[in-house]
Design a protein around this ligand. Structure first.
Ligand SMILES: C[S@@+](CC[C@H](N)C(=O)[O-])C[C@H]1O[C@@H](n2cnc3c(N)ncnc32)[C@H](O)[C@@H]1O
Length: 353
């Protein structure tokens, strides 16, 4: 198996380099409207936003910022295949403008936009981002009635374009079965509350971490890694129109999916080139499979200790699994990542024994 990973340093408001119905999955996180760190990004997209903010007209700024994101959402609807999914990570903003403090409900505005485009909204994930920061409580402290509850969660909005995807041929069915996840992973991953605190599987984060990642609103590796496993199969094409430090590309590489990343700011090019050519990258990404298998074996011990018996055996690894759906599950590990051009990389895989 091999996959291809393309990078474009372009404005995602026009994805004219992509054909209609050409990608299987979108996983992304846009710049967040009304969060100060993204003000300049939005002002560069539309100068009116700067005037609205300067006037203290937060509602006008919010509307204009989402107007720019809407152009990207329209493009996503065009390039996504029928039956494909879009997963959008977004947080709301709480901010004072014109002397008034209020919530700017980004998740609600994006949901509405996708709804109007014709996407089918699906149950959302609340990503709990608990913080111990002393400034997490906003407003008048212990005195009623001007204190506000904390903002310690973000959303992962999930949409499907059109009817369910069909897996018709024997080859498509086999590939879907190989792409299965473990039963116990299903129980955690398809839950509406995600809390990555205390999760060990953050090796790639540790390795990809850097000053640029901290300053760029990067999401944890585990976020696109889970979503890609949940909403696509081996060999699919995953698009991130707001690529930033490339977390989605790295997750797609680990998951044996092709990827397309689009990023407006060319300052990420050097960072991505360096990370994609790092000799230890295959090892870092492959570690995920090893840990998942290890955690499955640990889970089996606990399952048996509780007096349960797994009902099936995985065809490839010969270890017990809980359901028939996991019998075809198989991991592919990266042998080598080779640059084809500066902005295109090919990854070669072998079955993980
Ligand atoms: C929240 S960050 C994404 C971070 C990314 N998920 C990661 O893990 O590094 C949003 C990114 O969108 C980029 N961006 C903003 N407007 C854009 C546009 N019109 N087209 C493409 N990228 C854009 C910003 O430069 C920023 O890197």
């Amino acid at each position: 198996m091999q996959t291809e990973h393309r990078l474009y340093y372009k404005d995602a408001r026009s994805l004219d380099f992509l054909n209609d119905e050409s990608v299987h999955l979108v996983v992304t996180s846009p710049p967040y409207p009304m969060i100060e760190m993204w003000d300049d990004t939005f002002i560069a997209l539309n100068g009116e936003i700067g005037f609205a903010l300067a006037k203290g007209d937060g509602r006008a700024a919010f509307t204009l910022m989402h107007g720019e994101l809407d152009k990207v959402w329209r493009e996503l609807f065009r390039v996504l295949k029928t039956g494909g999914f879009a997963c959008i990570n977004i947080g709301d903003a709480a901010r004072s403008t014109g002397g008034r403090f209020q919530l700017f409900p980004n998740h609600f505005r994006i949901l509405q936009s996708f709804w109007e485009l014709g996407f089918d909204p699906l149950p959302v994930i609340l990503w709990r981002k608990q913080t111990n920061a002393p400034n997490k409580f906003m407003g008048s402290g212990m005195l009623p009635a001007g204190a506000y509850v904390t903002l310690e969660h973000e959303y992962i909005l999930i949409f499907r374009k059109g009817p369910k995807r069909q897996f018709k041929t024997e080859e498509e069915k086999r590939n879907r079965q190989e792409s299965a996840i473990f039963w116990e992973e299903r129980n955690r991953w398809y839950s509406d509350l995600w809390d990555f605190k205390g999760i060990r599987q953050n090796m790639a984060d540790a390795d990809l971490r850097g000053d640029l990642r901290r300053r760029s609103g990067a999401y944890p590796f585990l976020l696109p890694y889970r979503l890609i496993n949940m909403y696509s199969v081996y060999g699919d094409i995953v698009l991130d129109p707001f690529l930033g430090t490339g977390t989605t590309t790295f997750a797609a590489l680990a998951c044996g999916r092709n990827s397309i990343g689009c990023e407006l700011d060319p300052k990420f090019a050097g960072f991505l080139q360096e990370k994609l050519q790092a000799p230890d990258l295959p090892g870092v990404l492959n570690e995920y499979h090893r840990v998942r298998i290890q955690e499955h074996l640990k889970f089996l011990e606990q399952y048996k200790e509780k007096g349960h018996q797994p009902g099936y055996v995985n065809n490839f690894y010969q270890f017990p699994v809980i359901t028939k759906q996991e019998t075809g599950l198989k991991f592919y590990q990266i042998d080598e990542i080779r640059p084809k051009t500066r902005d295109c990389y090919v990854s070669f895989y072998a079955e993980k024994g």
